[in-house]
Design a protein around this ligand. Structure first.
Ligand code: NAD
Length: 257
């Protein structure tokens, strides 16, 4: 079975990895629901472009993934959710003793709790349809840690734990749940970390990329959003029927170190 004709809901998908995943799933024939917390003409235009380019149904639904009720209503409004990709995420970098409580709360809500709420809302529809895929975009930081990223690392380790529990609770059904763990991907989330790091270490952009960002990525290359999307298409295919409750690293060898 392929993803052809299935409906995929991808949270946080008007940019970066989420948009790349939506495009690859649409290219493989899935209907897609894009999401973010904004409701701009350009958000809807992104969905229209994907629909036209790949000949699938593509919609944009506004929902704030920091709010549990909006996470659940996203799934309700989507109507069908065969493939759920929990991707929305934010970052904040600071030492634990200086970490703003509001940032901690927002990261835990958007990067972790949203996946609980969307999964809880989507499982009944997957069970009714007799098939489903939950794909959680975790991170290399779901498996290892870095200093100054307490909330992010805690949330991503939590996502890996939630992935295992979801897989066990659906193990005897035609539903799987896995986590994809990217290393660094050059998206707006990572772009935003470059200027501060340049200033902090007195480095130029290229040096920050090679010696700081890609320091732990042995390939010395960013993973791409297309590669992440391709991994999701694979996890949604029948070749992955027996892959559940695990993590797939797309990190250029980071977690082999
Ligand atoms: P990005 O900033 O380009 O995209 C994040 C997406 O989440 C955007 O579409 C944004 O609008 C959305 N979002 C943010 N807050 C939201 C909210 N409250 N409600 C709904 N949507 C919201 O970042 P990205 O790099 O594409 O990150 C996507 C996911 O991949 C995140 O979970 C991130 O942790 C993970 N990830 C990224 C990298 C990387 O190197 N870029 C590495 C590992 C994991």
């Amino acid at each position: 079975m392929t993803v052809q004709g299935k409906t995929a809901v991808i949270t946080g998908s008007n940019s970066g990895i989420g948009l790349g995943v939506a495009r690859e799933l649409a290219k493989a024939g899935a209907n897609v629901v894009l999401n973010s917390f904004t409701d701009r003409d350009e958000d809807h235009a992104l969905a229209d472009e994907i629909g036209k380019e790949f000949g699938v149904t593509a919609r944009y639904i506004k929902a704030d993934m920091s709010k549990g009720d909006e996470c659940r209503s996203l799934i309700e409004k989507a109507g069908t959710c065969d493939i759920l990709v929990n991707n929305a995420g934010i970052q904040h970098v600071a030492g634990i003793d200086e970490f703003p409580t509001a940032k901690w709360d927002a990261i835990i809500a958007i990067n972790l709790s949203s996946a609980f709420h969307t999964t809880a809302a989507a499982l009944p529809t997957m069970r009714a349809a007799g098939w489903g895929r939950v794909i959680n975009i975790a991170s290399a930081h779901g498996l290892t840690a870095s200093p100054y990223k307490s909330a992010y690392v805690a949330a991503k380790h939590g996502v890996v734990g939630l992935t295992k529990v979801t897989a066990l609770e659906t193990a005897e059904e035609p539903i799987t749940c896995n986590a994809v763990c990217p290393g660094y991907v050059l998206t707006p989330l990572v772009e935003a970390q470059i200027p501060d790091t340049m200033e902090k270490y007195g480095m130029d952009r290229e040096t920050v990329i090679r010696e700081v960002l890609l320091d732990r990525q042995p390939s010395k290359q960013f993973a791409t959003v297309e590669e992440l999307g391709g991994t999701c298409v694979f996890l949604a295919s029948s070749a992955a029927n027996q892959i559940t409750g695990t993590t797939i690293s797309v990190d250029g060898g980071w977690t082999a170190l």
